[in-house]
Design a protein around this ligand. Structure first.
Ligand SMILES: Nc1ncnc2c1ncn2[C@@H]1O[C@H](COP(=O)(O)OP(=O)(O)O)[C@@H](O)[C@H]1O
Ligand SMILES: [Mg+2]
Length: 399
């Protein structure tokens, strides 16, 4: 067995020296570098490609959580072990969400340290051998569609879930449905799937994430759609970052023909990432003034992000001209044509949500089901993939 290559990251020199001394007695472990803050840690890890980084949490310049996230994303062959002080439970949780695989409570003995290092290394080593088996899958041409609105309650989840089910039934291709309404997501309820794991569990293994592991986290709806549910508690949402979302979408694209994403009504960084990575954005509106005003501002933001007009399709839900606003006026205000109209049909929509049976399967004769099946038909007929946009996240946050 090769030596386990380790980088030590801690802002206190004494701590680094103590760890080095503890490890110097171990023939199978070699310390190949050290760093005194997160930024240095990233640099050294990229250069030296250690097997393991021993990472402190609180450090000047850049803390261990940011650095862990960065390393997990960019150097997936390196595993991070967090060193935390008892009582830093909250930090520890964040570090684990950022991709750390193990933790050591300070102060630790030489024995603890070596045992944890070797155990973590062996687990990772086995996992890698397992996942490097040749795959016999064909390359998938994937389409990412985000269903979005700057207003809540307009029908995003209804449309996203019924659209996903329509696509799966119509094409027999692989369809994934991601619930990115991270605080109040209700896709799992809408489709009545029993939730074992959610996106919160998945991000704990984000640095190992590949197609196979992803499969373990998705629940199957009886239509064939595979669902990634939102966290079970709103407070878990804050641990999910744009880089997690990026990795999730990238991984799904490798094996799913259609990736449908339901969102919250906000330009949260995770939603922006999803919009960036989408081939199409379905922007949902209804025909009342507050919603129109909101959707208009949403469109302005998207314009400032330089999303092309073709990338955005406006869906008018609960469409009817009987409340005083004409479709044409709506289009003129938005400077956008309506791409699809979905009629209001509370009886069908609400009953089906309550039973967990998507109406595109059980009530295909209704106008509302036909509208969504029509959308799916149009999507499957399209060949051209809209040119990828530059990252809006980068444009707004400047890195
Ligand atoms: N076309 C429609 N006709 C009748 N009711 C609808 C329609 N679309 C959505 N609804 C209802 O409107 C409410 C909000 O829908 P939902 O899909 O949860 O919106 P969002 O995800 O945008 O918050 C739900 O009660 C849903 O059943
Ligand atoms: Mg919703």
């Amino acid at each position: 067995m090769d030596k386990i290559k380790v980088v030590i990251v801690d802002d206190t020199e004494e701590t680094r020296n103590n760890i080095k001394t503890l490890l110097s007695f171990e023939k199978k472990i070699e310390v190949i570098g050290e760093a005194e803050n997160g930024e240095e840690a990233i640099f050294i890890t990229k250069e030296a490609r250690p097997d393991i980084v021993l990472m402190d949490i609180n450090m000047p310049v850049m803390d261990g959580i940011r650095a862990t996230e960065e390393i997990t994303m960019n150097v997936p062959e390196t595993t991070v072990i967090i060193m935390s002080v008892q009582g830093e439970q909250e930090y520890l949780r964040k570090a684990m969400s950022a991709g750390a695989r193990e933790f050591l409570n300070k102060p630790f003995s030489g024995e603890d340290l070596v045992r944890t290092l070797v155990k973590t290394y062996e687990t990772e080593y086995k996992r890698r051998e397992h996942s490097s088996l040749p795959k016999i899958t064909e390359e998938v041409k994937s389409k990412v569609i985000t269903v979005f609105s700057t207003k809540g309650g307009v029908g995003k989840t209804t449309i996203a879930s019924n659209l996903a089910v329509s696509l799966a039934r119509m094409t027999k291709k692989k369809v994934a449905l991601v619930d990115l309404d991270l605080q109040f997501g209700d896709v799992a309820i809408m489709l009545n799937v029993s939730v074992k794991n959610t996106i919160s569990d998945l991000i704990k293994e984000i640095n190992q994430l590949d197609e196979e592991l992803m499969d373990d986290y998705l629940v199957t709806h009886f239509s064939g759609v595979r669902v990634l549910p939102a966290p079970i508690k709103p407070e878990y949402a804050e641990y999910i970052t744009s880089s997690h979302v990026e990795k999730i979408i990238k991984t799904l694209k490798e094996s799913y023909h259609y990736v449908i994403i339901d969102t919250s009504a906000s330009f949260h960084e995770t939603v922006l990432t999803s919009l960036d990575m989408s081939d199409r954005i379905m922007l949902v509106s209804t025909l009342d003034l507050p919603t129109i005003k909101n959707v208009k501002s949403g469109l302005d933001v998207m314009e400032s992000l330089h999303y092309s007009k073709e990338k955005i399709s406006i869906i008018l839900n609960k469409a009817s001209e009987q409340f005083g606003i004409k479709y044409k006026d709506f289009e003129n205000t938005l400077k956008h044509n309506i791409w699809a109209y979905v009629p209001e049909d509370s009886q069908t929509v609400i009953t089906s949500a309550n039973k967990g049976f998507p109406f595109v399967m059980t009530r295909t004769e209704t106008k509302v089901a036909k509208a969504i099946i029509g959308m799916a038909t149009e999507i499957t007929a399209e060949k051209a993939v809209v040119e990828k946009e530059k990252s809006a996240f980068k444009k707004i946050f400047g890195f």
